[in-house]
Design a protein around this ligand. Structure first.
Ligand SMILES: NC(=O)c1ccc[n+]([C@@H]2O[C@H](COP(=O)([O-])OP(=O)(O)OC[C@H]3O[C@@H](n4cnc5c(N)ncnc54)[C@H](OP(=O)(O)O)[C@@H]3O)[C@@H](O)[C@H]2O)c1
Length: 333
């Protein structure tokens, strides 16, 4: 294929520590080597994209850079026997959008090992309503159910529920019959959380115990946590014997101020979730669950769609915690 010119968001370091963002024209010849060239239809904004878009060198070492850890689109060129021009595909995580030009551009070029065929049951647009956030929620729920949690065990607590991972976890869990309690955000979103399927709303201050006790009343059968810190510590101390808690994020804090008592006196299991290096068989299983039994009927209530031209403002809203749910980017507008 002859080189194609396309649009992408570019993050540049203007001077020491100050970063700017603008839409630029690039060529497919600027993209890194790889087996599969994808024309991106949709991307989405995840927490990690905001870090990359604001100059966080823990996520992106080198600038100028195009973030976007999620992309869904159509194969334009392929050196891999597994993919052919016209195939609809999803690419999330690995190094996409971190140090490899990501889904905030109209084309990406990636290794074939990073590419997942779009599962039957999802459109490209729908797949990005989930994106890495929904994939991580699905990995978390797989961990709960594969460790024996059933709806009969009791209520499941979801933190970060106004965000992407948490919101999709609330919706998926409630759709498959779990009773869900959701921790509200810093702005009241109880109506929205109820719409997603939360049966009980927990105020942020209620989610953090100030007593300093090693164990609290056992309330939760399990939990999906994406905020870490005092919230996760309080959740673990409040989890019923043999309950299961997943941990994927640090939106509040990377610290975990807790001792061993929930683990040695109640057999509570804390399971780490890492979407980035998730092996391909588990990756495909999670996407199949998302496209099938766990497909969320509340998805449209969670999503705001913006064109590439609206991406900069959408990133600012996420930095300022002025949004809820998921933001997807229509790259072809
Ligand atoms: N391990 C993995 O593979 C993986 C994959 C995806 C995401 N993550 C991590 O999961 C976390 C959430 O990601 P996301 O994409 O869902 O982000 P998001 O859409 O921005 O949602 C963040 C959520 O955290 C809440 N929050 C933010 N700061 C907080 C604080 N100081 N205290 C308590 N709650 C706070 C927000 O509540 P408000 O409504 O109050 O703002 C919102 O509910 C991030 O840490 C991200 O890095 C990890």
């Amino acid at each position: 294929m002859a080189p194609v010119t396309f649009k992408a968001l570019m993050v540049e370091e203007a001077d020491q520590g100050r970063f700017t963002r603008r839409i630029v024209e690039r060529s497919t010849t600027d993209l890194p080597p790889g087996d599969v060239l994808v024309r991106v239809a949709y991307s989405s904004i995840n927490y990690k994209d905001v870090l990359s878009a604001t100059g966080n060198r823990g996520v992106t070492r080198r600038y100028p850079h195009t973030p976007g850890i999620d992309a869904a689109g159509v194969v334009e060129e392929s050196d891999s026997e597994r993919f052919h021009p016209g195939d609809a595909v999803i690419v999330t995580s690995y190094d996409l959008g971190m140090n490899t030009a990501g889904g905030f551009g109209q084309f990406i070029r990636v290794p074939a090992e990073w590419v997942v065929p779009l599962p039957a049951g999802l459109t490209l647009r729908e797949s990005m309503i989930y994106g890495t956030a929904g994939f991580t929620a699905a990995l978390s729920i797989l961990a709960l159910v594969e460790n024996g949690l059933t709806p009969a065990a009791g209520e499941v607590l979801v933190s970060g529920a106004t965000g992407g991972v948490g919101g999709l976890a609330v919706a998926m869990l409630s759709n498959i019959g779990f009773r869900v309690a959701a921790i509200n955000g810093h702005v009241d979103q109880s109506g929205y959380l109820g719409q997603l399927g939360a049966g009980r709303i927990i105020a942020p201050e209620e989610a953090i115990d100030g007593s300093g006790r090693a164990l609290l009343k056992a309330v939760w059968a399990g939990s999906v946590d994406s905020v870490g810190g005092e919230v996760l510590a309080t959740t673990l101390k409040s989890t019923a014997p043999y309950g299961v808690v997943t941990c994927c994020g640090n939106a509040a804090s990377a610290e975990l101020p807790i001792n061993v008592y929930p683990f040695i006196l109640r057999g509570v299991r804390l399971i780490g979730i890492d979407s980035q290096n998730c092996p391909m068989p588990l990756r495909r299983k999670a996407w199949e669950m998302i496209a099938g039994a766990w497909k969320v009927k509340q998805a449209e209530a969670m999503v705001e769609e913006v064109p590439l031209a609206g991406l900069d403002e959408a990133i600012e809203k996420m930095v300022a915690r002025r949004r809820k749910g998921r933001t997807i980017i229509n790259l072809q507008q």
